[in-house]
Design a protein around this ligand. Sequence first.
Ligand code: NAD
Length: 260
Amino acid sequence: MLKGKVALITGSTSGIGLATAHVLAEHGVNIVLHGLLDDEAGRQLAEQFNQQYQINTLFNNADIRQPSAIANLIEQTQQTLGDIDILVNNAGIQHTERVEHFPPNKWDDIIAINLSSAFHLIQQTLPMMSKNNWGRIINIASVHGLVASKNKAAYCAAKHGLIGLTKVVALENAELGITANSICPGWVDTPLINHQIKEIAEQKQLTIEQAKYDLITAKQPLPEMMDPRQIGEFIVFLCSDAARSITGASLPMDGAWTAQ
Ligand code: NAD
């Protein structure tokens, strides 16, 4: 079904993005592996994908805070792999602090990486998708695109914004065979949340395992973290023909967090 399509997954050198790259590659999708790895490590990762899945890959380590780096990423993708069919806006960072102490440069970075990069990437990818009358845009938002938590001003602002952007893109492209959806995960077992776990362990004198459990169950009824591959499998479904009417949606995968 998806064999030979081209997917650009931002932040696919780690966590959810990397797991999604593996799942899409298993379906024969050609992949742009993107993230902040050095050239040699990135080359090795791409080579591993080529051998394991017999697909075409490209590695790119554009810092997506810079619109010019995004333009180069798009240009290199089109020249190497062709038009982008599937765009997964996944790269993201976190910083937790009360608003009055929140460093302005962290605010700027989070808005640039978690929100503005998606705008630039969508804008430059849509012409390829509309030309081909098929496209799937999947934005990795968060439960924090739907509800807030203390100390996450920039992250919540960016993720709420990403959900708004997704809805507009879905409306504007509904007749062109292009869907746009946000996935809103609860806790996922990736390096992004290690700092929050360590902080709880230190503050409450807990082991890392105890702190992890404490963090999960503070808000999420399902007392376990998601495996990032679960998100990759869901993205495969969103790319399928069965999901062609799902567009403009904010889809929680959150262990009932936002059901409360
Ligand atoms: P991660 O830290 O494992 O991976 C983040 C990726 O983003 C890496 O590949 C990194 O290189 C890339 N990246 C960071 N800054 C970048 C920059 N300036 N330029 C280019 N690439 C950059 O994190 P993850 O948990 O896999 O997060 C992926 C997405 O999922 C994020 O948008 C995050 O907000 C979202 N999310 C995560 C969780 C969770 O519990 N882990 C929950 C909800 C949503």
